[in-house]
Design a protein around this ligand. Structure first.
Ligand SMILES: [Zn+2]
Ligand SMILES: [Zn+2]
Ligand SMILES: [Zn+2]
Length: 276
């Protein structure tokens, strides 16, 4: 199984285009892994997680091949995770020759936005195949079993994180952006899952600050790792990756790599691909 991180920043990107804070200026000066776009990851070649305003950049500069993407799972309706306007591009005269529809799964608010893209309400446009992702109800697509779980994030809308299992490869990823510490029912579901986790992608938006209620900081992510390990759902080989970073978390890439290494974790950057 493979995960590729195309966008590893929080909503404002890093550096934020207008921001003159110390962390953005330093990221501009250093470049490289400190330049982070908005949230998007790909499982193997065909299952996409989130759909940010940086789709175009991820496709045309970073090499994300949308031709191979069959399934899109959206975590929630914040614009750094779901930029509905780009779905409009599936239609003629913007797109010619795409043979298949894009199957989109996400919470209710995402469905409402997709409805607006269909010419007549209730129309069956085969290019936009939306199905609501219901918390704790596993969705089977292709070789995958994908289970949406509740996140601890925006209280005004349903926000999801995803367990993605490849049946053929016998591998499971837990993808957790955006969320604070796991709600109890989510934690219970994870630790009772019948398969061990092979990779856990943990939120780290708040960096050096503690949060746990809307996002995670480094300390919160370490605590969630500890909880999962103690519950016996991980193995010695389980990979933990910190992802989704903000200038407000105030930790640039290299320093975070050192901090994470001590805790047995990796740090994502735009373009990082991990096979496991
Ligand atoms: Zn976000
Ligand atoms: Zn800044
Ligand atoms: Zn969010």
């Amino acid at each position: 199984m493979k995960i590729t991180y195309y966008g590893t920043a929080a909503g404002e990107g890093w550096p934020c285009i207008f921001c003159e804070c110390e962390l953005c200026r330093e990221a501009r000066r250093l470049g490289g892994k400190n330049i982070r776009t908005r949230s998007q990851s790909l499982i193997n070649n065909d299952l996409l997680l989130d759909f940010p305003p940086d789709n175009m950049l991820h496709a045309n500069i970073y090499g994300l091949d949308f031709k191979k993407v069959d399934y899109l799972f959206v975590t929630h309706d914040h614009s750094d995770h779901f930029f509905a306007t780009d779905l409009e591009l599936l239609r003629e005269p913007y797109t010619h020759g795409r043979k298949k529809g894009l199957k989109v799964y996400g919470p209710e608010n995402v469905g409402k936005k997709i409805e607006l893209l269909v010419p007549e309400p209730g129309d069956n446009d085969p290019r936009f195949i939306y199905e609501r992702a219901v918390p704790f109800k596993t969705i089977c697509v292709g070789d995958y079993e994908v289970t949406p779980l509740l996140a601890r994030h925006d209280r005004n809308q349903e926000c999801l994180i995803y367990l993605v299992r490849s049946v053929k490869e016998d591998k499971t990823v837990l993808y957790c952006h955006d969320t604070g510490s796991f709600p109890q029912e989510t934690f219970d579901f994870i630790v009772n899952y019948p398969h061990k986790l092979n990779l856990v992608s943990l939120d780290c938006t708040q960096g050096e600050q503690k949060d746990g209620d809307y996002h995670m900081g480094f300390v919160d992510a370490c605590a969630e790792k500890e909880r999962l390990c103690q519950a016996g759902i991980c193995t010695a080989d389980t990979l933990f990756v910190l992802n989704h970073f903000s200038h407000n978390g105030r930790i640039l890439h290299d320093r975070l790599v050192e901090m994470a290494k001590e805790k047995g974790m990796l740090v994502s950057y735009d373009g990082l691909a991990i096979e496991f």
